[in-house]
Design a protein around this ligand. Structure first.
Ligand code: NDP
Length: 279
């Protein structure tokens, strides 16, 4: 008998609305793993103590969500390669007694995208320049995307992301300020909503996007998880595009986190199933 479980979890504000605990524990149960995922409400002023506490209690790692993905870096012992470029951490892993920050958001997105296409040589439009957009843009760029158009309301954040992609990857990025209805330019292969538009409780919100500019050969992805079927996903389906909702990204970043923490490749299906039951 072993009465002590290995511990991982998540630190965020608004943790009540985060379904990751159910998704990850579904994988632990399915594989009969003696691990627990603890979903914690941690305010910014307590983040340093929470990280020190996790280390003191022997946690093997933890996720960070809003608003800690950037601030957590100062409490960690080092960063993985893409977390360094992205400048944000959503998954911390204990390695040789050190907490190392990784970013699995973009890698999770990439894995779900790779199930339908290889981004190598593709032209991509990404709406947003926040944490999710930075992670997605850096990973698709590192995976060989030819060109990336960043469309964002705030030009400073948008230009910053474009400069990051152009200086740290081989992709060519350009910025388009999002003011009014946006038309997807000719020659685009993949369209990604990496903003929070359409997320509950504002699920009726629409992207200012001319739906008629979506072509059937395009892949349209939305990072929003709740609801999984956003207006954009519905519009993409109506236009005959291949549509990817936010579950794939969420499940794949969960699988990567579990692999980092436990060394085990888990089956995605029980995780998808638990999310479908809940959302
Ligand atoms: P941030 O707050 O870092 O960024 C939000 C982005 O959305 C910014 O680019 C912001 O533009 C834009 N935005 C928000 N509201 C509007 C609006 N009304 N009009 C135009 N632009 C708007 O959030 P995150 O990047 O962390 O999260 C974004 C989404 O990604 C959330 O829905 C989150 O749940 C989801 N997510 C999903 C994951 C998954 O696994 N599926 C993983 C991580 C996140 P501006 O810069 O102009 O303010």
């Amino acid at each position: 008998m072993d009465f002590r479980s290995e511990l991982v979890g998540c630190f965020s504000v608004g943790s009540n609305g985060n379904p990751s605990v159910e998704m990850v524990e579904a994988a632990f149960r399915h594989h009969d793993m003696n691990f627990r995922y603890i979903n914690c409400e941690v305010t910014p002023e307590n983040l340093g103590s929470a990280v020190a506490g996790a280390k003191a209690m022997g946690w093997v790692g933890f996720n960070c969500s809003i608003p800690h993905k950037i601030e957590v870096i100062k409490y960690l012992d080092g960063l993985g390669e893409s977390a360094k470029i992205i400048g944000a951490v959503n998954c911390t892993v204990l390695r040789d007694g050190k907490f190392i920050g990784e970013n699995t958001d973009g890698k999770g997105f990439l894995t779900s995208l790779q199930a339908v296409t290889n981004p190598l040589g593709k032209s991509i439009v990404i709406f947003g320049a926040g944490g999710a957009a930075r992670a997605v843009a850096v990973e698709v760029a590192l995976a060989g995307a030819k060109s990336i158009v960043i469309v964002n309301r705030d030009p400073t954040r948008g230009e910053e992301l474009v400069a990051l992609i152009n200086s740290r990857t081989k992709s060519q990025a350009t910025f388009r300020q999002w003011a009014g209805m946006f038309e997807i330019p000719q020659g685009i292969d993949i369209v990604v909503n990496a903003t929070s538009i359409g997320m509950n409780p504002n699920s009726s919100a629409h992207l200012e996007l001319d739906i008629n500019s979506l072509q059937p050969n395009m892949i349209v992805a939305d990072v929003v998880i709740d609801p999984p079927i956003t207006h954009l996903i519905k519009a993409a389906q109506v236009r005959g595009c291949t549509a990817l909702n936010g579950f794939g990204m969420l499940v794949n970043q969960g699988i990567l986190g579990i692999k980092y923490w436990t060394g085990i490749d888990v089956d995605p299906e029980p995780m998808h199933e638990r999310l479908r039951q809940l959302l």
